[in-house]
Design a protein. Sequence first.
Length: 347
Amino acid sequence: MNHTPSFLRRLRGANNEGILALVLIVLVIGMSLANGTFFTLPTAFSILRGSIVPLIFALGVLVVIISGGIDVSFAAVAIFAAYSTTRILDNGLDTVGVLSAFVVALLIGAALGAVNGAVISRFRLPTLIVTLGTQGIFKGALLTFVGSQYIADLPSSMAALSTTNVAEVSTQNGQAYLHLFIVPALAMAFLLSWVLRRTMFGRAVFAVGDDGEAAHRAGFRVARTQMIVYVLVGAMAAIGGMFYVIMGRSASPQLLVGSELDTIAAVILGGASIFGGKGSVLGTVLGVLLVQVINNSLILAGVPSAWQRTAVGVLLVLGVGVQAVTARRRRNRRPLSAQPVPSEAIA
């Protein structure tokens, strides 16, 4: 009997991944009973396809949140990198190939991420305020200096990937397609999980998010870690932006910005602490799937799209609320000797 609590803790997971997986399973079963078309291969492939870009964005946001920050500019970085690259290829450089296009987008995304990282690490400003400001700057620069026109026909090297699938299955409910980009998205998830758990950089990210001052005293280079984090997020956002443009078969500077809520909600629901120092790739993957399943369920139920954003917002508030209550309970459980002494008592 003594092993039961420890078994349940392992089943729950360090970041409540087990609970999230259970909620996801219950939701899928409930929707399948309510709507027979939900539990089908085309629907499953549609949810997975719809999760590709949000997953890449969420992985980047996960790193930022673990480091104790928040980034709301990743969508602006994504469309800046993807749209700029599309314009470059559309203006006579389509012969460079799709791999070179991704390299260009990565460089643009990393450069924009470096702007965030430099300001935050150098001046120690609030990350939300900085990224909120750079979001507007990047969007304005894109419309002013790059272009504002809608590109309906992608360059041939990019368009060739639009209809490339890793799986195509014929079912009684129609054709089921799973896009090729699911492979690099999952590969990025596995790679980031390894980096966070097995490398000194991963340890530094958790340490900085848990307590920046303690991390500095322990020998971690806080400013450099923050710089690398935002460069990494910018590069990942660029990849997500390229995937979005290619799968959508069009490019517009008006895309993506405004969808940050779903991504941040997925990361928080996945167990990442808004206070920093806690989070996992597995939880983030489950959080992304949960948000996509909820959105898909509401669509099948005929719920207007405005209520979909409401549902995600409610989930985000609940997720943050649960974290706040849990943190308060942990502080109350600490022995008096471990609690900080008020300055009035010292005086």
